[in-house]
Design a protein. Structure first.
Length: 369
């Protein structure tokens, strides 16, 4: 909690020094393992810090034509194109931006392989297991549409692909679990992998987290690459930007409805949608005896960030910082209730704050018809 300073809240504040700490780990992993890292734009696509990130990562991976174009234009390096389903009117433009295109199904490969002859082609492989604790986000859920797993269908693709993408980790901070699942992939799909040039292991490996055995991960990745003779790719999203960003809020009102409630100038449905989707609490201060429920200003009854504790009672005008607010926030923000869209700001290495994007009524109006 602090008194107001800097830009008008709400705003996302990306800290370049904290981002650099993640990038240093990224550089170590790339050097020791030989793996290449691609920023997953579905998680974080704030290109105002791509100048920094692109020095320590190899490129981007996308989930749509728009993400693909953004990675090509703003990040550079290798550009991997993936979509659950490419449309006929998208494929030629996608191929023009991409270094590799990854098809989700054999049907999509059959349909578009000839139009993608000029670049490397791949297929998504679904190992039928994952580390996700949420059915909503589990790529291996029953009847999953995400990738091929049947060896006979994979064989039909081998003359037209040079690699596969396997995305099965989700916020996985357990190195031993990662290792055992990678062993399973090697055992079940080794006959396919040894005939490929590259393998992407997707994202969801929390290797920039505190205490993660980064050296062990690097050595494990190098051993996998050497065993099958492939270039390994990782697609870190959260791992790239975890711990780097806050959402800065101001208390607008205080009330007691049986518990102390502080209403702030933001909304989880509009600005931190994953909290609502996965029914999680925001990372709020827990630093004293004065406890409050922090609630958003939208009309949604469940627009609640979570409970926080402070050293002194809150007052209207106080500033609250929500921690770890980069992943799946700015890429999902919306205009629900017309609540003011947070600005995007950067804390530079010298401590100064640069406002790189603001949003106003015209942006709200023009997002509609």
């Amino acid at each position: 909690m602090s008194t107001p300073s800097g830009p008008q809240t709400p705003f996302y504040l990306i800290d370049r020094a904290k981002l650099q700490a993640n990038m240093d780990k990224m550089a170590f992993l790339r050097e020791r393992s030989g793996a290449r890292t691609l920023l997953a734009l579905k998680c974080f696509a704030t290109w105002g810090v791509f100048d920094q990130m692109s020095q320590f990562m190899d490129g981007t991976t996308s989930s749509s034509l728009n993400e693909l174009r953004l990675g090509h234009e703003k990040f550079g390096g290798e550009t991997h194109a993936y979509s659950v389903a490419w449309a006929d009117h998208e494929i030629d433009e996608a191929v023009g931006y991409a270094d590799k295109i990854i098809f989700n199904s054999l049907g999509q490969l059959d349909r578009f392989a000839d139009r993608a002859q000029g670049i490397a082609r791949g297929l998504r492989l679904n190992p039928r297991f994952s580390t996700s604790g949420f059915d909503l986000a589990d790529p291996a859920r029953p009847f999953s549409r995400l990738g091929e797993w049947d060896l006979s269908r994979l064989e039909q693709a081998m003359d037209r692909i040079s690699g596969v993408m396997i995305h099965y980790n989700c916020e996985n901070s357990d190195f031993d679990l990662f290792g055992s699942q990678l062993d399973r992939i090697a055992d079940e799909f080794g006959s396919i992998l040894e005939r490929l040039d590259w393998v992407s292991l997707g994202g969801g490996i929390h290797f920039t987290g505190e205490g993660y055995p980064l050296e062990k991960l690097a050595d494990r990745l190098r051993a996998f690459a050497d065993r099958f003779g492939v270039q390994v790719y990782l697609e870190p999203g959260e791992a790239s930007i975890t711990g780097t960003t806050t959402l800065e809020l101001t208390v607008l009102d205080l009330l007691n409805n049986g518990k102390e409630v502080a209403i702030v100038d933001s909304s989880i449905e509009a600005h931190m949608l994953d909290l609502l989707i996965y029914r999680e609490d925001a990372k709020l201060p827990q630093e004293g005896p004065h406890r409050y429920q922090i609630a958003g200003k939208s009309c949604l009854a469940g627009d609640i960030f979570g409970d926080a504790s402070f050293a002194r009672p809150l007052k209207v005008g106080d500033r609250i910082s929500v921690q770890d607010a980069a992943g799946y926030t700015m890429v999902k923000k919306n205009w629900f209730n017309g609540v003011a869209m947070p600005a995007i700001c950067i804390r530079e290495m010298d401590g100064s704050i640069t406002t790189v994007r603001t949003f106003d009524y015209d942006d709200y109006r023009d997002s509609l018809s």
